[in-house]
Write a protein that binds this ligand. Structure first.
Ligand SMILES: [Zn+2]
Length: 174
């Protein structure tokens, strides 16, 4: 990760969702070619002490098929990740500084698992209750039509009602 930060060259990757086992388990009907597009970039910034801190920026986007909890059919749910992390030397430092840090803190490890972090973030981005904005079932469509008809009635009623300013104008003419 330090070498990655020193290089400062962003990494752009595409990862099959089926390679992320925990995320794949949450999904209802994963297409074999479903992917997450992600980009990682690390940089060095002056730290509190004499050394520089390693910061990591992770951006990812994907769409995961989940089960809608209203109609129980598949709802393809977009997931977005955009997160900054700062690496610290030990778990103790991470615990101590976590509350006052806006960025997430990660413990520096010799072999940092970026894909694991990406999967963690995508799992956290999952909605608690996956649901369609509008469920694609007949019952709900019908309700939607009734609602539209209701709106039409309402505007007709508005048209039928005399405009108070028009009434005033009439009175003035008289
Ligand atoms: Zn639904």
């Amino acid at each position: 990760m330090l070498a990655f930060a020193q290089e400062g060259v962003p990494l752009a990757e595409t990862t099959l969702l089926s390679n992320m086992e925990r995320l794949a388990q949450e999904s209802s009907a994963l297409e074999p070619d479903s992917v997450a597009n992600w980009q990682a970039m690390a940089e060095l910034r002056p730290g509190a002490g004499a050394t520089e801190d390693v910061w990591l920026h992770l951006v990812a986007s994907t769409a995961v098929p989940l089960t809608c909890q209203r109609c129980m059919t598949t709802v393809v749910t977009p997931l977005e990740v955009d997160q900054w992390y700062r690496f610290v030397a030990t778990e103790d430092i991470a615990m101590a500084e976590d509350d006052e840090s806006e960025e997430d803190l990660l413990v520096m490890e010799p072999q940092f698992d970026l894909l694991n972090l990406l999967e963690d973030e995508l799992l956290m981005a999952l909605p608690l209750v996956p649901m369609h904005d509008a469920c694609p079932v007949a019952l709900v469509l019908q309700a939607g039509e009734d609602e539209l008809a209701g709106d039409a009635d309402e505007s007709a009623a508005k048209e039928g009602k005399p405009n108070p300013f028009a009434v005033l104008a009439q009175l003035k003419k008289k």
